[in-house]
Write a protein that binds this ligand. Sequence first.
Ligand SMILES: Nc1ncnc2c1ncn2[C@@H]1O[C@H](COP(=O)(O)OP(=O)(O)OP(=O)(O)O)[C@@H](O)[C@H]1O
Ligand SMILES: [Mg+2]
Length: 272
Amino acid sequence: MLGSILVVNDRGGVGKTLLSHHVMATAMMEGMALRVVEYEVNERLARLYGPEHVEHRKITQDFVNMMGAGGDGFFEFWDKIGPELQRGGRLFDFGGNISQWFFNWAEVSGFDYYVGDGSRLIFMVPVTVDLASLQTGMATLERIATIAPNAKRIIVENGFSGSFTQLEESHYAQRKAEMIERENVAVVTMPACTAPAWARLTGHRIDQVAQMTREDLVRLGVSPPVASRSLIVIHEWLRTIRQQLLPYLVDVFRSTPTPGATGRGGPHQGIV
Ligand SMILES: Nc1ncnc2c1ncn2[C@@H]1O[C@H](COP(=O)(O)OP(=O)(O)OP(=O)(O)O)[C@@H](O)[C@H]1O
Ligand SMILES: [Mg+2]
């Protein structure tokens, strides 16, 4: 049975879509078939990868009003996600403020009917050093445990707004240590990409960026020396993130082995 990945933190701009993009590119480069669902105001990943890979569920003011009203429309909308999670093979990128509604729905809608104890689910929670993102992130981690006690929970420390070393003595660091030790929560780091040319590449597919040469960057208007230096940084950045994400992808997108199978065909069996 395939699992699903849910990328959640209601704080806006913490790197949910960038992380989803890394997961997607990593999966594609490994030959895994992964469908992405993005809840966003504007198409982000759908624009880059097209509707055959990414479904865009548009967040409009009407949609927000419907969610806030909490009536039949709210339940009809979220009831559809149960069978999708049961089927698996998907990544859900919940845009800012969306996941609270998902949790409100799951808490009263018999979530376990579709996903059992959640052991085929991975929740990735990006946080930055910004206090609000840490608060919503930690509250989200607690909330996940109530709807899916055996789901894998991963804190993704995004270094984009500053280094996490400054938080060593903080309440966040204490709670994180407890979660790692007692609750099997994992931590992944997503460093800031410091390459000068990265700004020109944010509208490109990461799986393609990973193959780019200096000449490709020069064609995009980057000078040759800046292109050379940028590629070193970008390739290292991509490799670091890919290496951390891959074991979880293999885990969640691997079919349950048939009894007696020796694992022939490797960990990607059934999804290539
Ligand atoms: N580690 C990073 N390195 C470089 N750029 C980053 C990093 N993290 C985030 N960014 C940039 O910051 C901006 C916000 O990130 P992103 O769109 O992924 O956040 P989000 O959590 O999906 O936001 P929303 O809640 O609005 O959906 C993007 O332009 C993204 O490329
Ligand atoms: Mg987003």
